[in-house]
Design a protein around this ligand. Structure first.
Ligand SMILES: *Cc1c(COP(=O)(O)O)cnc(C)c1O
Length: 406
C-alpha cells in the first residue's frame, strides 16, 4: 500500500523530512525520481477520461509529474498554503505569478528594492504589454498609500530586500493593496518559509527561488509559487501548462532532498550571520552594517514582528568605496566571490558592479547601494573561520584607507 504522511498538522521540521511523500507500490524509502516526459494510458477510454478531467492520471511532465507533485505538496504544507506549483527557476516563478494574473490595461505597484530580474520585469517587460507600473520605496507606507489610491491589479514586493535588507510592512501593505483591488505577491527568498510566512500577514501569493536555501548546496535552479487553490487552479495552472516553465523531475528531486535539512541549515546560518554582523559592526573599516535583527537596523522592530530570525544575509559598506571593497573581496581566502546566495558556502558579491549594475547609478543611489556596498551570504562553515577570513581581508584595506586619507 502506498503510504503518505497522515493528514494532521505536523510541525515544519516533520513536514520538511516527510511531507509530500507518496510511496509507490515498491515501498521505496526515499522519493523516486520519475524522470519521464510523459505517461501511458491503459486504454483509449482512460486517455479520454483523463483529458476530460473525469479520471485522475498523469499526462505529461510539463504540467504534472509525481516527483514534482511531491515537492509541491511539501512546500504547500510548509507554507500553510492551499496549493503550490514549482517551476524551472525563481524567475520563472515570479514571471508566471505575474503574467498569469495580468492583462493589458492593468496596473502594478512594486517596491523599488527588488531582485534585479524582478525589477526588469516590472520596469521593462510589463509596460511592453500595456501594463502600467509604479515603483515605491518599500519602507515608506505613505508612498504605498498614495500609489494604491488608484485601482491596482497586483502588488509585488520583497522583504527583506536584496541587497539592502529593507523591510516592507506586510500587514499594512496587504490591507492597502486589497482595498485597491490588488493581489499581493511576496518574494520571500531571503526569509524562507521558516523565518517568515507572508500569508499570515495578508499576502495572497508567495514566490521562491528554490535555487537558494531550498537546495542550499548550489546544485540546481528551481522556483515555487504558492497561493489559494482557486487562484492556482484557475489562473496559474493554465499559464504554466501552456507556456511551459516546468522544472525537470530530477531538479525537483534534488530540491526535495535539500529540503530535508532546511530546518537544520537555516537556524545555523542565521546564528552564523548574526555573529558575522556583530563582528562587522565592530570594525572601523566598515562604515555601515545592515542585518535585520541588529539593534542599529532602522526597521529592527518590524523585522522582529514579521520574522523569527534575521536571516543568512549581511550587507555592509567598506569605507573607501569601490577600491576598498574590491580589495576586501580579493583578499578573502575562504569566502568565495559569487552572486549566488543561500548556499552552505559563504559568498560575497559587490552589488554595484554585478547584481545591480544594470539598474544604473541613480536607482542604486535611491536604493542606498554605494560603491562600497558588499553583500555577504553567510554559510555553514565554522563561523570563527569566516570571521577570521573577513578580519584578515579588512586588515588588507588598511593600506588603501591610509593612502586615501593622506
Ligand atoms: C535568486 C532570486 C530570484 C530569482 O531566482 P532564480 O532561481 O535565480 O531564477 C528572485 N528573487 C530573489 C530575491 C532572489 O534572490
Amino acid at each position: 500500500m502506498p503510504r503518505s504522511l497522515p493528514d494532521q498538522p505536523f510541525r515544519p521540521a516533520t513536514i520538511l523530512v516527510r511531507g509530500g511523500q507518496n510511496r509507490s507500490s515498491y515501498d521505496e524509502m526515499s522519493e523516486p525520481v520519475h524522470l519521464t516526459s510523459g505517461f501511458m494510458y491503459e486504454s483509449a477510454q482512460q486517455a479520454e477520461d483523463t483529458f476530460l478531467g473525469t479520471a485522475q492520471h498523469y499526462q505529461y511532465s510539463r504540467f504534472g509529474n509525481p516527483t514534482i507533485e511531491a515537492l509541491q505538496q511539501k512546500l504547500a504544507a510548509l507554507e500553510g498554503a492551499e496549493a503550490c506549483r514549482v517551476t524551472a527557476s525563481g524567475m520563472a516563478a515570479v514571471h508566471a505569478a505575474m503574467l498569469s494574473h495580468l492583462k493589458a490595461g492593468d496596473r502594478v505597484v512594486a517596491s523599488r528594492a527588488l531582485f534585479g530580474s524582478c525589477h526588469w520585469i516590472v520596469s521593462t517587460l510589463l509596460p511592453r504589454y500595456g501594463i502600467e507600473t509604479v515603483f515605491v520605496d518599500g519602507a515608506d507606507l505613505n508612498q504605498w498609500a498614495d500609489a494604491l489610491k488608484t485601482r491596482t491589479a497586483l502588488v509585488l514586493l520583497e522583504t527583506p530586500s536584496n541587497p539592502m535588507l529593507e523591510m516592507v510592512d506586510l500587514r499594512a501593505v496587504s490591507d492597502l493593496a486589497h482595498a485597491a483591488g490588488a493581489i499581493v505577491v511576496v518574494d520571500n527568498v531571503f526569509a524562507t518559509p521558516l523565518l517568515q510566512r507572508p500569508m499570515e500577514f495578508g499576502a495572497d501569493v508567495v514566490v521562491y527561488s528554490a535555487t537558494k536555501h531550498f537546495d542550499g548546496q548550489g546544485r540546481v535552479l528551481g522556483g515555487a509559487v504558492l497561493g489559494s487553490k482557486k487562484w492556482v487552479d484557475d489562473t496559474l495552472q493554465p499559464f504554466i501548462r501552456n507556456t511551459g516553465p516546468s522544472i525537470s523531475p530530477f531538479n525537483a528531486w534534488v530540491v526535495l532532498k535539500g529540503l530535508e535539512t532546511l530546518h537544520i541549515r537555516i537556524p545555523a546560518m542565521c546564528a552564523n550571520a548574526a555573529k558575522v554582523a556583530d563582528f562587522l559592526a565592530s570594525r572601523p573599516e566598515v562604515s555601515r552594517t545592515l542585518y535585520p535583527f541588529l539593534a542599529s537596523h532602522p526597521q529592527q522592530a518590524l523585522a522582529r514582528k514579521q520574522m523569527s530570525a534575521g536571516g543568512s544575509l549581511v550587507t555592509f559598506d567598506v569605507a573607501g568605496g569601490k577600491d576598498a571593497a574590491f580589495r576586501v573581496l580579493n583578499a578573502l581566502r575562504l569566502v568565495d566571490i559569487s552572486n549566488n546566495l543561500g548556499d552552505a558556502r559563504s559568498m560575497v558579491t559587490h552589488p554595484a558592479t554585478t547584481t545591480h549594475m544594470k539598474v544604473g547609478p541613480e536607482e542604486r543611489a535611491r536604493l542606498g547601494i554605494t560603491d562600497g556596498t558588499v553583500r555577504l551570504s553567510v554559510g555553514l562553515e565554522d563561523v570563527q573561520d569566516v570571521i577570521e577570513d573577513l578580519a584578515q581581508a579588512l586588515d588588507a584595506t588598511r593600506g588603501s584607507l591610509r593612502a586615501a586619507a593622506e
